[in-house]
Design a protein around this ligand. Structure first.
Ligand SMILES: [Zn+2]
Ligand SMILES: [Zn+2]
Length: 349
């Protein structure tokens, strides 16, 4: 076993403690990654606090991982020591089912193996990126393009792919009108990516507080959803709406903003049901859909797209001892726009 330093929570309400965890010894297709940066995702908080069901403790969250390969298994062909690599929300899947065969491992019929809080094929409980090292099979590792810094690469592994995949699937392109609901970690990536794909981008945010940022980062329009006029003015206008909000919203009001054949895709995952009036869908042949991260091949495509178009998330780098504070700020929506932990500070008190 490989002993590695980590920051873990030991109960749903607990704060982070410095600890050590064990990583498996390298199997023939495994790579050992020295983690340099790990992004903080809202899902980390939901999972650690048991909002999405019970989990084991201690729990080390983190599924936006960027680092360097420091050791490879005997049969590894894709990576070599020194390569700059990333790991996102999953570290394995069955690799045999129809969805895995299509490269949509996130939708594996046996369920993908989460980067943390899951049981892997060796029966071990997975632990995430708030740690100094991780062992992952090479098939679930992506290459960080030359010229892309590791700190900004980290959030692309969840926030980036979660928004890139539905934009591609539903055809973001010149001539398409796309709205992004919520302007946080996911929302600001959706705006940058949709803009780079050539679409006309509108932000729908609760207030106009971040309007300047929105326009600077690629939005063409920015509206406050607290203003009822917004819904009148924009009725029937969008081909695609990406909803990044994880709280309950009046989904029918947002569906009314879709044009003929428009689709509203939820990537935010509120705990409560969102009641849909079927008459919000029928008259304009609208769809209400969901989307979850993206496959490994598409994650690599997203990283290459970001490198080519010079797209990086807006980040605030923090020390490991500041994770608790950062989580409180994420919950208070006080982050512009993603916290990234500098893993070199792991052991600093
Ligand atoms: Zn995430
Ligand atoms: Zn599968």
């Amino acid at each position: 076993m490989i002993t590695t330093s980590a920051r873990a929570v030991f109960s749903p309400e607990g704060s982070f403690q410095l600890t050590t965890i064990e990583r498996r010894d390298l199997k023939p297709h495994d790579v050992l990654i020295e983690i340099k940066y790990a992004g903080i995702c809202h899902s980390d908080i939901h999972t650690a606090r048991g909002d999405w069901g019970p989990v084991n403790y201690p729990l080390v969250p983190g599924h936006e991982i960027a680092g360097i390969v420091t050791q490879v298994g005997s049969e590894v062909t894709k990576y070599a020591v020194g390569d700059r690599v990333g790991v996102g929300c999953m570290v394995d899947s069955c690799r045999e089912c129809v969805n895995c065969q299509r490269g949509e491992e996130q939708y594996c019929l046996s369920g993908n193996t989460g980067t943390y809080a899951a049981i892997d094929r060796y029966g071990q409980y997975t632990q995430g990126g708030y740690s100094t090292h991780i062992v992952v099979t090479e098939d679930f590792v992506v290459r960080i393009p030359d010229g892309m810094e590791l700190d900004v690469a980290a959030p692309l592994l969840c926030a980036g792919i979660t928004t890139y995949s539905p934009l591609r699937h539903w055809g973001a392109a010149p001539g398409k009108k796309i709205a992004v609901v919520g302007f946080g970690g996911l929302g600001h990536m959706a705006v940058k990516l949709a803009h780079a794909m050539g679409a006309e981008v509108t932000v729908l945010s609760q207030s106009l507080k971040k309007k300047e940022d929105g326009l600077r980062l690629g939005a063409d329009h920015y509206y406050a959803t607290s203003d009822p006029e917004t819904f009148k003015k924009l009725a029937g206008s969008f081909d695609l709406i990406i909803n990044t909000v994880s709280a309950k919203i009046d989904i029918n009001a947002y569906l009314s903003l879709l044009a003929l054949d428009g689709t509203l895709v939820n990537v935010g995952a509120p705990a409560e049901p969102l009641p849909v009036q079927v008459f919000s869908l029928i008259p304009q042949r609208r769809s209400f859909a969901g989307s979850m991260i993206g496959g490994i091949r598409e994650t690599q495509e997203m990283l290459d797209f970001c490198a080519e178009h010079n797209i990086a998330p807006e980040i605030e780098v923090i020390a490991a001892k500041q994770i608790d504070e950062a989580w409180e700020r994420v919950l208070a929506s006080d982050v512009r726009y993603r916290f990234v932990i500098d893993i070199r500070t792991m052991e600093n008190e």
